[in-house]
Design a binder for this molecule. Structure first.
Ligand SMILES: Nc1ncnc2c1ncn2[C@@H]1O[C@H](COP(=O)(O)OP(=O)(O)OP(=O)(O)O)[C@@H](O)[C@H]1O
Length: 233
């Protein structure tokens, strides 16, 4: 579903952030993307959503070379994605319901169907009773769940989440991972970047680890990581 083939990325005037990165993420797979701060995790996620373009190599999403797409094709590509990035980009001039409604308005959904979908998404993240609140009145964990509701309201087939549990306490982090697991169960493909050592230690999911822009072969799977650390998986 997602294929990186020898992908390199350098920002203007900078060093190579990603160096010949190759991996595949299968349809319906859920995996973690780990690595130190500055390793290139956000950049890799942005390349999938064609927010950034590689300098060389190919990024395929559903067999489509996204780095070659013209800008007028990007909105169609992005309908496949739910994007949860670190800067929440919540709109504080409207309530919770209207924040989640926005992607559907952009896609031109009819109002009755939109309202149904918005409430289903808010229900999924446990915020149905807060639909009239302003996002500013929500806690950090609730704002994060609101971002997830907004990302899933379009029923995307791929969810890309950049540090979704960053700055959250363990209880909120677990809630968010439970929500992601429930998407995984229904066939959504998920790639989740994280620094969270506890999450990575405990997971049985595949871990794609970036170190200075390159994928670490030893940590492709959590089981391998445990082996290299002398811990039984
Ligand atoms: N738009 C940009 N222009 C120039 N350099 C950038 C840009 N975005 C990221 N970088 C640089 O690219 C490198 C990788 O950044 P990136 O955000 O992808 O890493 P990361 O692994 O997600 O880091 P973190 O965990 O701290 O969020 C960093 O050195 C960063 O400063």
């Amino acid at each position: 579903m997602i294929t990186f083939d020898q992908v390199s990325k350098r920002y203007p005037g900078g060093i190579d952030v990603l160096k010949n990165v190759s991996f595949e993420l299968a349809k319906g797979e859920m995996a973690y993307l780990s690595g130190h701060s500055g390793a290139g995790k956000s950049t890799l996620l942005k390349l999938i959503a064609a927010i950034e373009r590689p300098n060389s190599g190919t990024v395929l999403v559903n067999n489509q070379n996204v780095s070659k797409l013209k800008s007028d094709a990007l909105p169609y590509l992005r309908r496949n994605f739910g994007l949860i990035f670190q800067d929440h980009k919540l709109l504080f001039d409207r309530n919770v319901f209207d924040n989640v409604l926005l992607p559907l308005q952009i896609c031109g959904f009819e109002h009755k169907e939109s309202a149904k979908r918005v409430r289903a998404a808010l229900d999924k993240v446990g915020l149905l009773n807060r639909e009239k609140s302003n996002p500013i009145a929500l806690s950090g964990g609730e704002q994060q769940r609101l971002c997830i509701a907004r990302a899933i309201v379009n029923r995307p087939s791929i969810l890309l989440a950049d540090e979704p549990t960053g700055n959250l306490d363990a209880e909120y982090a677990e809630e968010i991972m439970n929500i992601f697991n429930s998407f995984h169960q229904v066939g959504v493909t998920l790639l989740i970047s994280t620094h969270d050592a506890a999450l990575l230690r405990e997971t049985n999911l595949r871990i794609i680890e970036l170190k200075q822009g390159a994928i670490q072969p030893h940590s492709r799977y959590a089981a391998d990581l445990h082996e290299t650390q002398g811990v039984s998986a």
